[in-house]
Design a protein around this ligand. Structure first.
Ligand code: MG
Length: 457
């Protein structure tokens, strides 16, 4: 049997790898999984083919007797928050998140607002591939899908009420929001306005051609945005991905701050502000160990997990002892709101943090220890990548190691992560060291071990 779901739903180039025929059948499979009479919320980001895929999925769902509510254009976290708080049995989101414009995707969310776990995806895949759909009698087809135009308002309200509105208002902040011409434009500017913040947007109109920039909020796509932040002398900038579950922060000096640095200052702030919240931070092994270094003195423990946001969400849910969770790419999770990545909530929390300080945002980031970072990959088969991981383990055997996903080696003045890619024939290497020389020395060590495996030594 083939595989349909990747690490974050079904993804592909629209009309080539992901067709309306597939979307229809997948809608039937998802409907068969949830069953007749269940309430399912459907929504999408701005991507090309989004309306087409949504319509096909809705047709499939309706054929199985599901009650469909159409939330249409909304950020992924807004749909997830609505599913969780408004008593839906689940949801389907048409999005390809940060992927380039030609991609689209479909993901399934459970009643708790979190993406369904892997074993449930397998059940849906089985129904799909074996065509075990359960269409219902005409008597259960008497209702059409209902428009549900409340998602974005519910979400904005939910975010705003979780922060200190008066404190933020008192500071008269001016910020730049870059929603990448997608659905973040429908909520983040409103969140900021409700908090008394003056907003300037860049790439703020909805456009599936993504004329402003590629949807992934990484420094090379944010050159113009950082210029605008500086030119307007704004207090900060925030850049979302295509479905606004990520927020990458730009400080007032126009420097893009990577997600694990933002998560570090947010976790420290939340621990001080809310002593009643638990003291554990959940993240994937791909995040910087800066977070451990900074948070240890505050009695905060970092729990390292496999790469993948669903794993982080589900583990936080199971253990119910999380202060917060995050991915280094800007996906931050705040449990009092919801256990999933949430760009709008991240922005609101950061505004509260900044309002509680008498300093510029750049000064807060500059306090963090700084490392020289290298991120690279070497093409090889999975079994070869696993062999390299074993050699790295052996080579660094006298250091602390985390072996939950490849191997992460943690030392006083460096850390490195070597792991096989989950989706491609690649070995992924990430490392940080206090100096550039040390970082390059570590990289050449790992490369040498990889070359030995590739040459069969
Ligand atoms: Mg996303």
């Amino acid at each position: 049997m083939g595989r349909l779901f990747g690490t974050d739903g079904v993804r592909g180039i629209i009309n080539e790898e992901l067709t309306p025929q597939q979307a229809l059948l997948l809608g039937m499979a998802i409907g068969t999984f949830f069953g007749p009479g269940t309430k399912i919320l459907v929504g999408r980001d701005i991507r090309a083919g989004g309306y087409m895929l949504k319509s096909a999925v809705i047709a499939g769902l309706l054929s199985t007797g599901v009650k469909v509510y159409d939330g249409d254009l909304a950020p992924t976290p807004a749909l997830q928050y609505t599913i969780k708080t408004q008593d839906f049995d689940g949801g389907v989101i048409i999005t390809a998140s940060h992927n380039p414009p030609q991609y689209n995707g479909i993901k399934v969310v459970a009643s708790d607002g979190i993406e369904i776990p892997r074993d449930k995806e397998l059940v849906i895949e089985e129904i799909y591939f074996e065509q075990r759909f359960k269409p219902v009698s005409w008597k259960l087809l008497l209702e059409d899908a209902k428009p549900y135009p409340y998602v974005n308002d519910l979400y904005v309200k939910g975010v705003v009420e979780k922060v200190d509105k008066d404190l933020i208002k008192s500071r008269g902040f001016r910020i730049v929001i870059d929603p990448a011409n997608s659905v973040g434009a429908l909520t983040s500017p409103k969140i900021a306005r409700e908090l008394g913040v003056k907003v300037y947007t860049i790439n703020g109109h909805l456009d599936p051609a993504f004329p402003g920039r590629y949807p992934e909020p990484v420094p090379e796509h944010l050159v113009e945005t950082t210029r605008v932040v500086k030119a307007l002398n704004a207090d900060l900038g925030v850049a979302h991905d295509g479905d606004a579950d990520r927020a990458i922060i730009i400080d007032e000096k126009g420097r893009v701050q990577w997600g694990d640095r933002t998560a570090t200052i947010l976790a420290r702030y939340l621990a001080e502000k809310h002593p009643e919240l638990p003291r554990k931070v959940y993240t994937a092994v791909s995040s910087s160990t800066v977070i451990e270094e900074v948070l240890k003195p505050y009695g905060i423990e970092v729990v390292w997990l496999k790469v993948g946001s669903v794993d982080i969400s589900r583990t936080m849910q199971k253990n119910s002892d999380a202060l917060c969770g995050f991915e280094e790419n800007g996906g931050f999770m705040y449990p009092p709101h919801q256990l999933v990545r949430d760009g709008g909530m991240t922005l609101a929390l950061l505004l509260e943090l900044l309002a509680s300080e008498k300093r510029k945002l750049s000064e807060i980031y500059d306090e963090l220890p700084s490392y020289y970072m290298i991120k690279t990959k070497i093409p090889m088969k999975r079994d070869q990548a696993l062999k390299v991981v074993e050699r790295v383990k052996e080579y660094f055997k006298n250091y602390r190691q985390i072996t939950i996903d490849g191997v992460k080696v943690i030392a006083e003045d460096f850390w490195l992560l070597v792991r096989p890619s989950g989706t491609e024939p690649l070995l992924r290497i990430m490392l940080e060291a206090k100096t550039r020389e040390k970082a390059e020395e570590l990289l050449s060590t790992v490369k040498k071990l990889a070359e030995e495996v590739l040459s069969g030594k």
